[in-house]
Each structure stands twice: as structure tokens, then as C-alpha cells.
Ligand binder design. Sequence first.
Ligand code: SF4
Length: 225
Amino acid sequence: MNREATPYPCQRCGTCCEKGGPSLHREDRPLVDDGRIPARCLFTLRRGELARDNVRGTLAPLTEEIIKIKGHSGRWTCRFYDQANRRCGIYDHRPLECRVLNCRDTRRIEGVYETTRLTRQDLLSGVRGLWELIEDHEQRCSYEALHALVGEGIHKGRLKLEKKILEILRFDAHVRQLTVEKGGMDNRMLEFLFGRPLAETITMFEVKLVKKDQTYVLAPTSAFP
Ligand code: SF4
């Protein structure tokens, strides 16, 4: 869209780019296929993972996976945002959500936000071996399985089956390590291929991994009130 042709032209304040990179849609696939948005610049939020809905402003478990552009320097700011010059580094090829977003009239972004999201299956189901590994990981490390095992949470003394949860976390770490060390994969691809490490995202269940006597156990993220 021509920025100048909108009733509310973009002021280039950078606020939307600083809130995080866009989710990708099927319309964005050519940008990934031809490398204008390299897969190493993406990460996957998996089904069941707690994520912020930028349109509704809510935090909720995802019903379907989302592929997003990564942040940088430990922040959510889109990695293609050039903060010094307040410009998009891929402006002519920016993804759909960035093209339709107008922060003072959100009707167009609301219209596309949940439609035709790009998935790992769209991009990788033809890559034999790798896709089977992703499917296996998805099955063995699903957030649904973790949710069922964690139950009502450690705070209420109902954390169930800690051993099984730790096995899932170990498998998640093992697959990532194997994919790099044996498969020769660029480790910057891991968060796209397998989502964010479970050792980090397990905190969504209000538990965290802690080392105790040379082994890892689960502990509450905050003290019991
Ligand atoms: S792709 Fe460009 S316009 Fe979109 S969030 Fe990133 S920097 Fe901003």
C-alpha cells in the first residue's frame, strides 16, 4: 500500500516495529522461499503456547502455530527495524501484516490477523527427514501434553508427574542438540524448526528448571503466597 495514500499516513514512530515482528501469512511465503526473509530470522510459537494477541491485547494459549520474525538484542523489536534511522530494512518486501497495519485505523490488520497463517508444514513438509523430525518433536513435546502433566500448577501442590515433564524437556533439548551436532543445522534455525526451548517456556506453567544436587528439578517461579 502507498503510505501517503492512506487517510492516516504512517508517522514512522517505530512503535509497532518495537512491539515485535509480524506473524507471517501464506501471502508472505515467497519472501521466505527466495530468502528475502531468511528462515534463521524466524521463530515459531507452537500450538498451546502462551502468546500475546497484538490485536486484542490479550495473553492466551495459541489454537494454531504462528511463525514470526525474531527480535534482536534480547528485545522484541523486529530484527529488520533500523532504530537509528527509524526505517524498515525490508520495506519494499515487508510482510502482509506490516503492509496493512495502520495503528490509527486497525480494521485492515484485524481482517487479516487470524487468516491464512503460514505454518512450518507449508514451508518444510517437502524436506524429507527434517519434517518427520519436527512432527515427532511436536507430538512428544506438545504444550497440550505438558499442560495435562502440570495440572493445576505447583503452587496448589498439584504438580503431577514431574519425572515425565523432565523427560519431555530433556527430549526437546536433545533434539535441538542432535540437529546441530549430527545434522549440521545452523543453530539459528532451531527456534523456527522446533519453537522456543521448553526449558524457557515452561515458565508459562509457573514452574522453572533449577539445578539441585547435579540434576534438574522443577520449582515454582515465585514463592508460594
Ligand atoms: S518487517 Fe519492517 S515494517 Fe514490519 S515490523 Fe519489521 S521493521 Fe517494522
